[in-house]
Design a protein around this ligand. Structure first.
Ligand code: PLP
Length: 338
């Protein structure tokens, strides 16, 4: 089976499993798991931030970030395609009691000018603009990457208006491999960052939230009330360390394979449009005269290729470490004969 539904479907490789099985563990709720501590220190140092906290999911690390910055009557400014808004079960409202100001923007990315225009007036009728949240890469934008100049400009706007800045970096390593940007650049600019180890990096579980000592101390309490404080999590943290040490550079291969498929799709008559493909997410639009989403996905499935629809006539492919050259060649052959 060729699974292009998501980069979350990967299972640990034998080498990763070995790292997990030999992990030293303890009760992390007591702060006694040495492998969790090692992972948190590794990530904090990598990004040059005070501290990091290991959590079960990226939804949790995003929601902790939002909870750290927002209270009742506050507002989060983000792109209308944001994962924090679309795919986290209404958590902004239910966890933090905050409202959302949704921005338009090319391919899931927002600009400093759009942020400025969205800041609420200091007026009792309005919610209080409190947090700007960016997503890099932007999933629903097709794995698109921010230019650092734009991030600096947004940071500047946040400073001027006393807003905090959060990054949903579920696929931040894809963005950094693509652009050559460095973790410390991100650590300097954002108040909090969420990174996922269970996407392209190939760990089975786990995300971290990064921030100041004070924020991470509070984050531990928020993680606890969300039911995310855990015990011998070091077995999982070992997979995360393995992923960070071994699976970052290879993301470039996932990007190259997605690019190759993008090139092929551009030449096919049933494809109306291929969105620019920067990283490991490839979104394309199929011609309604030839296929509905359901028909196209079914045709792929008959060839044992699995993908998701991603909007009207839109199909998303996500490449990952189990999608190798043999699978790529087979997928290209199937795409050409459909
Ligand atoms: C996957 C993902 C998350 C976190 O998802 P979990 O499944 O909760 O780990 C957050 N943001 C984006 C953009 C994602 O793709």
């Amino acid at each position: 089976m060729i699974d292009l539904r998501s980069d979350t479907i990967t299972k640990p490789t034998p080498a990763m499993l070995e790292a997990m099985m030999s992990a030293k563990v303890g009760d992390d709720m007591f702060g006694e798991d040495p492998t969790v501590a090692e992972l948190e220190d590794y990530v904090a140092q990598l990004f040059g931030v005070d501290a990091a906290l290991y959590c079960p999911s990226g939804t949790m690390t995003n929601q902790i970030g939002i909870r750290l910055h927002c209270n009742l009557q506050d507002e989060v400014i983000c792109h209308k395609y944001s994962h924090i808004y679309l795919y986290e079960s209404g958590g902004i409202m239910s966890n933090s009691g905050a409202s959302v100001r949704l921005l338009e923007g090319e391919r899931g990315l927002i600009t400093s000018d759009a942020v400025k225009a969205a800041i609420q007036p200091d007026d009792i009728h309005s919610p209080v603009s409190k947090l700007v949240s960016l997503e890099n890469t932007a999933n629903k934008g097709g794995g698109s990457c921010y230019d650092f100049e734009e991030i600096y400009a947004i940071r500047e706007t946040c400073h001027e208006h006393d807003l905090r800045l959060h990054l949903d970096g579920a696929r931040l390593f894809n963005a950094m491999v693509k652009t050559g940007q460095k973790p410390k650049q991100y650590g300097e600019v954002f108040d909090t960052i969420s990174i996922c180890l269970s996407k392209g990096l190939g760990a089975p579980v786990g995300s971290l939230i990064l921030g100041s000592h004070a924020d991470i101390k509070r984050a531990k309490r928020i993680r606890k009330v969300m039911g995310g404080a855990w015990r011998q999590a070091g077995y999982l943290a070992a997979a995360g360390l393995y992923a960070l040490e071994n699976n970052v550079k290879r993301l470039a291969e996932d990007h190259a394979r997605a690019q190759k498929m993008a090139k092929v799709l551009e030449g096919l008559d049933y494809v109306e449009e291929v969105l620019p493909c920067e990283t490991n997410i490839l979104i394309f639009k199929i011609n309604a005269a030839q296929y509905t989403n359901e028909q196209f996905l079914a045709a792929l499935k008959e060839n044992d290729i699995h993908a998701f629809g991603f909007g009207p006539q839109l199909i998303r492919f996500v490449t990952h470490l189990e999608f190798d050259d043999a699978q790529l060649e087979k997928t290209i052959a199937v795409l050409k004969q459909l």
